[in-house]
Ligand binder design. Structure first.
Ligand code: SAM
Length: 270
């Protein structure tokens, strides 16, 4: 029988060490021109490479919260590898033209899920990635703190900009979340909130997904007024309002390609 050379067994981490991933990881600190992250394919390559690296090192951590929908973690882990969704740009791009935000040195993104929102914020707000923090119930990244948005692990007035993108609707205590956002944002700093417009109720979600993301006895936040009212006296100057003009929502019968979004950007007074 001819002698057959067998390849030595290598772990996933070992394989990655000898693949393109290692090359991209080495190049990352040299990406001085953050503008390149505006190209979707470049951002996707960078983001997915960093995620693969963390997964191989078993760095994914999760934290349960009684204040968010029960299925939050299971639902969001399914799309951890998705770096194509750019809806956060509805908040980041208007933020990028606000005068006071141009001088921002610390940005918090609540509920980024993966590093995609952070990379987009870094490029459009022209701020180094290490000045952009994320806070989520899921983390694999040194840039994303594992924590509950209803009880944030930050001192008062820690951030110039606080962004909560497509995450508020997971909360059964949105007023507590708004108070926390105002607390960690400095006076005169800017908060931005975006939510998906949705007419789905519990039964609708059950039919569409097999589980519900709706919160019993809590009116879904579907308008700028509802968002702004949560911030009460902390809401100062409103810079941008987007009240889902097309009112497109997923239904129990199926998903729409482009569900509408509601967004509000305003400064904080204390
Ligand atoms: C739908 S994703 C939003 C992802 C991204 N920001 C976007 O706009 O596409 C919602 C994220 O909020 C996080 N989240 C939900 N409840 C949270 C809580 N109590 N504290 C921190 N993060 C939470 C989820 O884990 C998830 O990653």
């Amino acid at each position: 029988m001819p002698y057959r050379k067998t390849r030595p067994h290598t772990s996933r981490l070992e394989q990655i060490k000898h693949s393109n991933t290692k090359v991209v990881m080495r190049l990352l600190p040299r990406i001085r021109n953050r503008q390149s992250l505006r190209i979707n394919s470049v951002r996707k390559l960078v983001g997915q490479t960093r995620l693969r690296w963390a997964m191989a090192r078993k760095r994914i951590q999760t934290l349960e919260s009684d204040n968010s929908v029960e299925e939050t973690i299971q639902h969001n882990l399914k799309s951890l590898k998705d770096f194509s969704n750019c809806r956060i740009e509805l908040l980041i791009r208007p933020l990028s033209v606000i005068e006071s935000v141009r001088h921002a040195r610390s940005v918090l993104l609540i509920g980024p899920r993966n590093e995609n929102d952070l990379l987009i914020a870094s490029t459009y707000l022209d701020i180094p990635l290490n000045c952009v923090r994320g806070l989520d119930l899921i983390s694999y990244s040194k840039q994303i703190d594992l924590g509950d948005m209803h009880d944030m692990p930050y001192e008062d007035n820690s951030f110039d900009v606080v962004i909560c993108g497509w995450t508020m609707s997971y909360s059964n205590q949105p007023k507590v979340l708004a108070d926390e956002m105002a607390r960690v944002c400095r006076s005169g700093g800017v908060c931005a909130v975006g939510v998906e417009y949705s007419t789905l109720d519990e039964a609708g979600y059950e039919k569409l997904l097999g589980y519900s993301l709706a919160i019993e006895d809590l009116k879904r936040i579907n308008s700028v007024k509802q968002i702004n009212d949560l911030f009460g006296a902390n809401l100062d100057q409103v810079f941008f309002s987007h009240d889902s003009p097309l009112k497109q929502s997923h239904t129990a019968e199926g998903k729409v390609d482009f569900p509408s979004s509601v967004a509000s950007i305003f400064s904080i007074a204390k």
